[in-house]
Design a protein around this ligand. Structure first.
Ligand SMILES: C[S@@+](CC[C@H](N)C(=O)[O-])C[C@H]1O[C@@H](n2cnc3c(N)ncnc32)[C@H](O)[C@@H]1O
Length: 191
């Protein structure tokens, strides 16, 4: 076996990828992460899903590809230009695109909990983590990528990453697996 992801790539992903490259947006999730997200989402029938950091919608396209008819996704992004690319290419009534500051959105969220959270922005990952984990149902997935050194990391980010991983390892309410694969994934499930 090899781990290539060259099958069943969502059409929306292909369309968005082209625009993303033209825009030179360099924070995009990779194919491996996308494929994993799709697979995990497929385990959540009638799932309530949350993505923090839509970007141009590359990971969104994979999440949508894993959803059943009764699942729904809320995806949050504070950059209007980026989220417009996602909205234009993913026209799906199960998806709510929210143009908002993730910090404000998380702090004010009072709705039902989620079964799956892909936390791909500072809020929900390095910041407001407790609030974000509180939004997750028991048995729900909390997924993060970019935990291995990336070319776009600012100085000192490695220490932040290490401290966050240690924080995750010490949580008694989460079971986690660290994967030295893709851009570095941590998969957590709420106990
Ligand atoms: C790593 S990128 C997301 C990539 C995306 N998931 C994908 O698959 O291509 C992080 C995103 O979070 C957004 N972001 C940064 N700060 C934010 C905030 N305070 N609220 C909402 N979105 C934020 C950025 O604009 C960026 O699009």
């Amino acid at each position: 076996m090899n781990d290539t992801v060259d099958y069943n790539i969502p059409l929306a992903y292909e369309r968005i990828k082209e625009t993303t490259e033209e825009m030179q947006f360099n924070m995009a999730s990779d194919l491996y992460t996308g494929s994993l997200l799709k697979t995990l989402v497929a385990s959540k029938t009638s799932g309530r899903l949350l993505e923090l950091g839509t970007g141009t919608g590359l990971a969104t396209a994979w999440i949508v590809a894993g959803m059943d008819e009764k699942s729904s996704l809320v995806t949050i992004e504070n950059n209007e230009i980026l989220i417009e690319v996602a909205k234009k290419n993913i026209n799906d009534k199960r998806v709510e695109f929210v143009l908002a500051d993730g910090y404000e959105w998380i702090k004010s969220y009072a709705g039902e909990k989620f079964d799956f959270i892909f936390a791909d922005a500072m809020p929900g990952k390095y910041d407001l983590f407790e609030e974000t984990i509180n939004m997750l149902n028991v048995g729900g997935f909390y997924i993060i990528d970019d935990m291995l050194p990336q070319p776009n990391w600012p100085a000192g980010h490695d220490r932040k990453v290490q401290a966050f991983i240690e924080q995750l390892e010490n949580r008694t309410d989460l079971t986690i697996t660290k994967m030295n694969w893709s851009t570095g994934i941590v998969m957590a499930v709420k106990k």
